[in-house]
Design a protein around this ligand. Structure first.
Ligand SMILES: Nc1ncnc2c1ncn2[C@@H]1O[C@H](COP(=O)(O)OP(=O)(O)O)[C@@H](O)[C@H]1O
Ligand SMILES: [Mg+2]
Length: 364
């Protein structure tokens, strides 16, 4: 693997949530951030993740990220390592405006930006990726593809708009068939692009997830990951499906077929994991998915991503915890972990401990 090692050397934060004024110099490898609840540990991970992805992993709007009594927030990240040193600056205003600059210049596109500082985050909410409804699984694929592929986001936006319009017309008192089916061509073309991109990504991720799952669980059952589209992702098949389902769609008041209804299925042996897997297996599955995401981002960006883990210590038993950290150790990237119990983080080498208290971070 010839990925360049990239490191966050320094992060300056001003008025981001409860982090009023923070100058944080993390270590090269494992950074353990501990403290009681409500002190700002997740806020710090959110700040680091935001620098990489330009979005809040908690789904927060720009204005919510700005400190309570402040007019705006600023994140200034100095990045180095094997890559040429560069500086990311992000300014957020209470009115919801955002300015992004890398070495003083506006990035060309979101995808180009996301691949320049790849980052992967795992947080407790991610457990619904294997236990919950299909929606977060599709969203996982969409968010990753938006970062890997410039055109994916625009295609997804076009598809989502057309689908909403078609559904609105399907719900009308006196539905106009001609107006409804006028969206079919766009839905079929954009929908097949989305379905093909997701299926190709899952083909890429599948073996990586299975390997990481085997390594974390040790003796766990073999797992597999499959993209299961409701309609095969070809224009022809999608056009036909929309045509054939029009009466049903009219009765239901929404469009049933398309990538918005596709599934990503985790299986243990041959059984669907959603209802069958144990708590510990669910956790290992989601962590394995994140490891695969990290490897894919590394392959596509040529840089080792940062890995952020929010409250991970309680997620696994001792043996799996050890195996997981051994895997991360081999991966070689910079890792940031938050916990209320630093003694449960079974990492000894290349570890730097910090305490987080009321938005202030100090070396422990
Ligand atoms: N926009 C904001 N301005 C100021 N404080 C905020 C803002 N958003 C959240 N907070 C505060 O951040 C704290 C939670 O921090 P968090 O990082 O989630 O804690 P934890 O250490 O448990 O991960 C809470 O005290 C909350 O009031
Ligand atoms: Mg937290």
């Amino acid at each position: 693997m010839s990925a360049q090692r990239q490191r966050l050397l320094r992060l300056r934060v001003r008025e981001f949530r409860n982090l009023h004024e923070l100058d944080f110099e993390p270590g090269e490898r494992f950074n353990v951030l501990s403290g009681d609840n409500g002190q700002g540990k997740s806020n710090l991970l959110e700040a680091i993740d935001y620098v990489g992805t330009l979005r809040s992993f908690r789904g927060a709007q720009t204005a919510e990220l700005v400190g309570e009594h402040a007019a705006g927030a600023e994140l200034l990240a100095s990045v180095g390592g094997d890559v040429l040193p560069h500086e990311h600056r992000i300014r957020l205003s209470r009115e919801g405006r955002r300015e992004v600059a890398v070495d003083g210049k506006r990035p060309r596109s979101r995808a180009q930006y996301a691949l320049s500082l790849p980052v992967v985050i795992f947080h407790p909410g991610d457990l619904e990726l294997t236990t919950g409804s299909p929606e977060p699984r599709r969203a996982f694929l969409d968010r990753l593809l938006e970062r890997l592929d410039e055109t994916y986001a625009t295609t997804l936006a076009a598809y989502t708009r057309a689908l909403a319009s078609r559904n609105r017309l399907l719900k009308a008192e006196q539905p106009n068939r001609k107006a409804i089916t006028s969206y079919d061509e766009l839905l079929a073309s954009a929908g097949s692009v989305l379905g093909q991109a997701r299926a190709a990504l899952v083909t890429e991720l599948g073996p990586r997830v299975a390997d990481a799952f085997a390594e974390i669980t040790g003796d766990g059952p073999p797992m597999s990951l499959r993209y299961e589209p409701r309609v095969a992702p070809s224009m022809q098949a999608m056009r036909e499906a929309l045509e054939q389902a029009i009466d049903k769609d009219l009765a239901r008041g929404f469009t049933a077929d398309g990538p918005h209804a596709d599934e990503l299925v985790f299986r243990l042996q041959e059984t669907k994991a959603r209802r069958y897997a144990s708590q510990g297996q669910h956790r290992a599955l989601v962590l394995a998915l994140k490891v695969a995401e990290l490897q894919e981002l590394e392959r596509r960006s040529g840089r080792t991503p940062m890995f952020l883990l929010d409250d991970v210590s309680s997620e696994l038993d001792r043996q799996r915890n050890r195996s997981f950290f051994a895997l991360l150790s081999r991966q070689g990237g910079q890792v940031f972990l938050t916990t209320t119990q630093p003694e449960l983080i079974l990492v000894e080498e290349a570890r730097v401990d910090f305490r987080v208290r009321a938005g202030v971070v100090t070396r422990a």
